[in-house]
Design a protein around this ligand. Structure first.
Ligand code: ATP
Length: 352
């Protein structure tokens, strides 16, 4: 470094930034080095995923960390560009919409994140946080911001007197309620709840789940409920969708997947086996073995085959199609001619 030597990292950063201002060609040289390095590896966070959510439905989306749940939720909410395929709302491709139509469609899907603190502006009051988006988008009711804020606070179970407070003055559960109130302020009909209760104490989790159920009932909301916790998903969802390494491997009504017939895919069975339940003695096949493979180089054929206790040769080479069965159940598995675990379960119970 020429000229004055920077004494602290901050001073050094300032000095570098000044040099860039004086010599813009240095930026070009820096970019040139990056461009010459090998291209970064590509992760296909979603691989030929197709998900339909019906109006008023609660869909639980489960799977191990990194399988693509959040990516799918964000893509549905229009927060992430997708490299192929479409996201449709009532038959309309949301990417094809322009101007006001596009904005209205975006507002109709809102995401509730895991950590409300990181998505609530700490410098703004509750009134500002809740009132901002509806004001910007011309969605304020006749009574103005105050009426809207009071209505939403009451709806999420908070005292209307807290409108002048800041996010740090609330507990974790209360902040999540604020996050929900802010989402509701733009009148969505579809909420993507991305691990929305994962950071809360168990007793608070139950309260927030009940709030989601009340909102669904009272406002006719549709929910995509992303969670690691299968017992929560069982409680809240009408349908369970299971993802593994960017693919949907099973989708079924909750009653069926948690009922006596159980899942058709060994991965779902392994996930379920890890949920402690007193009524499932003799129902457990295996627990999921080993680490989830790197999404940078997923295994060929069925991505789950290296961990599957029932893997066959075909599983190593051929991707199983997601096959539809009666009752709205679908699974992607080569077992039992594509019927999944059912034959093995039947044989196991006959042997007893
Ligand atoms: N911004 C990003 N840049 C690069 N890779 C990403 C990005 N976001 C996600 N990924 C990758 O995409 C894959 C899917 O990630 P995603 O967060 O959707 O999974 P997830 O199932 O929601 O995991 P978790 O339960 O841990 O949140 C992972 O391999 C992840 O590393």
């Amino acid at each position: 470094m020429s000229g004055t030597e920077a004494a602290t990292p901050l001073a050094a950063a300032r000095a570098v930034s000044k040099r860039f201002q004086r010599k813009p060609d240095m930026i070009e040289r820096f970019v040139g080095r990056l461009a010459g390095s090998p291209p970064p590896p590509t992760v296909h966070a979603l691989d030929d995923v197709s998900l339909e959510v019906m109006k008023g439905e609660v869909v639980g989306l489960v799977g191990e960390s990194g399988c693509g749940k959040s990516t799918l939720g964000r893509a549905i909410a229009g927060m992430l560009p997708i490299s192929g395929g479409v996201v449709e709302r009532q038959g309309r491709d949301i990417a094809s919409l322009k101007g006001r139509d596009r904005m209205e469609m975006r507002l109709r899907t809102q995401i509730i994140f895991q950590d409300p603190m990181s998505s609530l502006n700490p410098r703004k009051t509750v009134r500002q946080i809740i009132g901002e988006a509806p004001r910007v988008h011309g969605l304020l009711p006749a009574g103005g911001v105050d009426a809207l804020v009071a209505d939403l606070l009451a709806r999420v179970g908070l005292d209307t007197a807290v409108a002048g407070r800041y996010p740090h003055q609330f507990s974790g559960g209360q902040r999540q309620r604020l996050g929900i109130a802010r989402a509701l302020a733009v009148q969505p009909d579809f909420l993507v709840c991305d691990e929305s209760i994962a950071a809360l104490d168990v007793s608070i989790q139950a309260q927030v789940i009940n709030l989601f159920m009340e909102l669904k009932r009272d406002l006719g909301l549709t929910l995509l409920f992303i969670s690691h916790d299968l017992s929560v998903v069982q409680h809240i969802s009408d349908r369970v969708v299971v993802m593994y390494l960017g693919r949907i491997v099973e989708s079924a009504p909750t009653d069926e997947i948690f009922g006596p017939e159980g899942p058709r895919h060994p991965y779902t069975a392994a996930l379920l086996a890890e949920v402690p339940r007193i009524d499932r003695r003799g129902h457990t096949f295996s627990t999921v073995k080993g680490e989830i493979p790197s999404p940078l180089s997923p295994p060929g054929g069925c991505h789950f085959h290296p961990r599957c206790p029932f893997a066959m040769d075909i599983c190593k080479t051929t991707r199983p199609a997601l096959k539809d069965f009666e009752g709205g159940h679908s699974a992607a598995c080569h077992l039992d001619g594509g019927a999944g675990l059912r034959a093995i379960k039947r044989n196991t119970s006959n042997d007893k």
